[in-house]
Write a protein that binds this ligand. Structure first.
Ligand SMILES: Nc1ncnc2c1ncn2[C@@H]1O[C@H](COP(=O)(O)OP(=O)(O)O)[C@@H](O)[C@H]1O
Ligand SMILES: [Mg+2]
Length: 322
């Protein structure tokens, strides 16, 4: 049975870090034929979603001195075939943000897959309905005080009330464009202008949570249930905890408060077909809901001696009613 992954170009993936590779390895290990493709290689023919699918064989990473190590040629691609995606047992949409126009077009193509035949993760409608920053606004009881605006005045008033704030572009990832701003900052006007593209685009503005110094926790949810977590602690003078900007990963557990956050999200995530999700929690507050291509599996596997990729692939089998 075929398992297809829609990813960014494979040579850019880091097998020791990327969750997509962890899940591809797990699918291979469980006996699936693993195929990869990219959003540029999707088509619609006679009303059906097609893709140029490349069979891939992976050499799994190994743990050496508590670090994942990959072989130099860690993947081998075969000849591609142009096939309906419905010929696959499951399709994982794992393209990295930004969710731009080509990304959205890809989700419309994936809408054409018959869900009785093939499970699409995450649901294309779900991905469209869930901007990774704005989705959290639906859960006001568990988020820090947050506004979304392009108005300098509204942001200035918010900062007046708070000691410090965080500015976030609405389509960013991995810490990109995230800014810290304090009262009295002489760059206030300029930073708002840059961030809102001269008042043309709204941004998210959140009260600064000082507990961010202790870490930004990534919790992986599978069908609404938390299956693992890893803490990311800012290093040096950096205020952001993202791994991509040097955040140090540390083992952690899931607190009662965080279980409450997960339970608050679960019904909506299920309703939206958001099967594989990574939420970010700082000091007991939900700050982001990652639905496109959440990461963290490799780190959690290493620190907690588990195999989350395998759990995810096995869970798709239950979902598909086997
Ligand atoms: N409200 C906040 N208070 C303090 N730090 C924050 C806050 N929101 C985000 N951060 C910091 O910024 C980083 C990135 O924020 P996040 O909202 O997760 O966006 P993304 O990971 O998509 O870039 C986090 O890892 C955290 O260190
Ligand atoms: Mg984040």
């Amino acid at each position: 049975m075929k398992f297809a992954f829609i990813i960014d170009s494979i040579e850019k993936l880091d097998p020791t870090h990327d969750s997509s590779v962890a899940m591809m390895e797990a699918a291979q290990m469980l006996g699936y034929e693993v195929y990869i493709t990219t959003i540029e290689q999707l088509s619609v023919v006679k009303g059906k979603a097609y893709a140029h699918l490349y069979p891939v064989t992976l050499k799994p990473v190994t743990l050496v001195d508590n670090h994942w190590v990959a072989e130099e040629n860690w993947y081998l691609l075969g000849e591609s075939a142009f096939l309906p995606l419905e010929s696959c047992y499951s399709v994982f949409m794992r393209k990295d943000p930004p969710v731009n126009t080509p990304y959205l077009y890809a989700t419309y193509i994936l809408d054409l897959i018959d869900r009785q035949k093939t499970k699409v993760i995450n649901s294309p409608q779900g991905i469209r309905s869930a901007n990774e920053k704005m989705y959290a606004l639906q859960f006001s009881s568990v988020i820090p005080e947050t506004i979304v605006t392009q108005s300098k005045k509204v942001i200035a008033d918010f900062l007046e009330e708070k000691e410090a704030i965080i500015l976030k572009p609405l389509n960013g990832k991995a810490g990109e464009g995230i800014l810290f701003l304090q009262q009295g900052d002489r760059n206030f006007n300029s930073l708002i202008e840059i961030s809102t593209k001269q008042g043309q685009e709204p941004i998210m503005v959140q009260e600064y949570l000082p507990s961010a110094k202790e870490g930004d926790k990534r919790i992986i949810l599978l069908n609404g249930k938390p299956i693992g977590a890893v803490n990311r602690i800012p290093t040096g003078k950096e205020f952001r905890g993202n791994m991509a900007v040097g955040g140090r990963v540390a083992q952690t557990n899931i607190t009662e408060r965080e279980l409450t956050i997960c339970a608050t999200l679960a019904p909506k995530l299920k309703q939206d077909g958001l099967f594989f999700v990574g939420i970010d929690v700082i000091g007991g507050y939900l700050t982001e809901v990652n639905v496109t291509s959440p990461t963290g599996i490799r780190e959690i596997d290493r620190l907690n001696n588990v195999n989350l990729g395998k759990e995810v692939i096995l869970a798709t089998e239950i979902e598909n009613g086997e």
